[in-house]
Design a protein around this ligand. Structure first.
Ligand SMILES: Nc1ncnc2c1ncn2[C@@H]1O[C@H](COP(=O)(O)OP(=O)(O)OP(=O)(O)O)[C@@H](O)[C@H]1O
Ligand SMILES: [Mg+2]
Length: 362
């Protein structure tokens, strides 16, 4: 889907408002604290059922209010809506007027990816964000993955409970065998996905970081030694797992490492280059999602001016044109949008001003 219209009520500092989007490019310009990130947060919330800034959903409700509502209409008239009542702690999800119980239902309809000034630090800072990123792509690209992951998670939970409660040998052996089977299924599926992501990444690096694109390599670490069977690794580490109280190896411990001349990317690239690298990766993933044709990806880029010079923004503008998906960008200064505006016809984008939570199309 593309977002044709967004309506928010009592979400952060945003004034209750309906905003009509361009199907291609949208820019939101405003001062610090005007509400730009809040607007992206509202869209992100609909795609993920959570914020990219906080785990406390109730802090999204406008001060002194008790409930927020966010809804979007897509280009074909389909509607997704979500409301959160902090008094009763209830969340209501509606898709085309029908109520749904699970937030994950929202994600089936909309594939929202975001890059913020902080995201490259998180992404290169530890495996958690890289796992989240990869699994989001897998969820949209590999249709079986959601059930494979659910089965794996259930078994992981059972096995962890066995370890924690020091279950008898027969019970632990049963769950360990199940755990190995499901780990292998998930790890193989991921390895196929990551191979396609690496292929696609090359295309986007050649646009966004042409000087380094040939020197980049990617390592997929499946969560245990590639050379050994998981069952052997677990048998050799049984005492350690018992003392830690959970599963130390398996598909949940996977990672993806990015290297430049065999050194970790984050130790070799500048901040701006790291951001471009993450954008290239995000574009690669968006392209894979778009190819599957189940949902259209929507890309949010918060504070485009941060870290990126004019040359980088010009390259980014070409990449966006090539990506051909809906992109929503925020900026503090309108002047940073120059390369994007110059290369597009005025009917291919929309500019909005954001002031004290008020959004005005110009
Ligand atoms: N629950 C809330 N209710 C009302 N206002 C809020 C709430 N949470 C945050 N705010 C305020 O909303 C304003 C907008 O924040 P937001 O992060 O969206 O600004 P921004 O335009 O992205 O600014 P910057 O350019 O600094 O990133 C801030 O002044 C913030 O204090
Ligand atoms: Mg912001």
């Amino acid at each position: 889907m593309t977002v044709a219209r967004l309506t928010t009520q009592h979400f952060r500092n945003l004034s209750p408002k309906t905003i009509d989007f361009n199907p291609a490019l949208n820019f939101f310009v405003g001062d610090n604290g005007s509400g730009k990130s809040s607007l992206l947060e509202a869209l992100f919330y609909l795609g993920h059922g959570k914020s990219f800034r906080t785990s406390k959903t109730d802090s999204l409700v406008r001060y002194e209010q008790k409930e927020f509502v966010v809804s979007v209409k897509d280009g074909r008239g389909s509607q997704l809506g979500l409301s959160r009542d902090t008094t009763s702690g209830t969340t209501i999800i509606k898709i085309d007027g029908e109520r749904h119980a699970r937030l994950s239902e929202l994600a089936k309809n909309i594939a929202i990816q975001i890059v913020t000034p902080e995201s490259f630090k998180l992404f290169f800072g530890g495996p958690k964000e890289r796992r989240r990123f990869t699994d989001l792509g897998m969820f949209h690209v590999k249709h079986n993955f959601s059930s494979q992951w659910k089965n794996f998670s259930r078994v992981l939970k059972q096995r962890n409970a066995c370890i924690r409660n020091k279950a008898d040998d027969v019970t632990l052996a049963y769950w360990t065998e199940q755990f190995c089977q499901h780990s292998v299924i998930v790890a193989e599926e991921r390895s196929v996905y990551i191979a396609s992501l690496i292929e696609e990444l090359k295309v986007w690096l050649s646009i966004l970081l042409p000087t380094i694109s040939d020197k980049v390599t990617v390592q997929y670490l499946q969560g245990w030694s590639q050379k050994r069977l998981l069952s052997d690794v677990l048998a050799a580490n049984q005492d350690r797992e018992l003392s830690f109280g959970y599963s130390l190896y398996g598909a949940h411990k996977f990672d993806v490492k990015f290297l430049l001349d065999k050194q970790a990317i984050e130790t070799q690239l500048s901040r701006g280059q790291q951001k471009l690298f993450l954008l290239a990766l995000t574009f690669a993933q968006a392209k894979l999602i778009a190819k599957v044709n189940r949902v259209k990806p929507i890309l949010l880029i918060d504070d485009i001016g941060a870290e990126l010079d004019i040359k980088s923004r010009t390259a980014l503008s070409s990449a966006i044109e090539f990506l051909n998906c809906q992109v929503i960008i925020t900026a503090i200064e309108e002047s940073v949008l120059q390369p994007f505006i110059e290369s597009n016809n005025s009917n291919e984008y929309k500019v909005f001003h954001v002031k004290h939570g008020e959004v005005i199309s110009i």
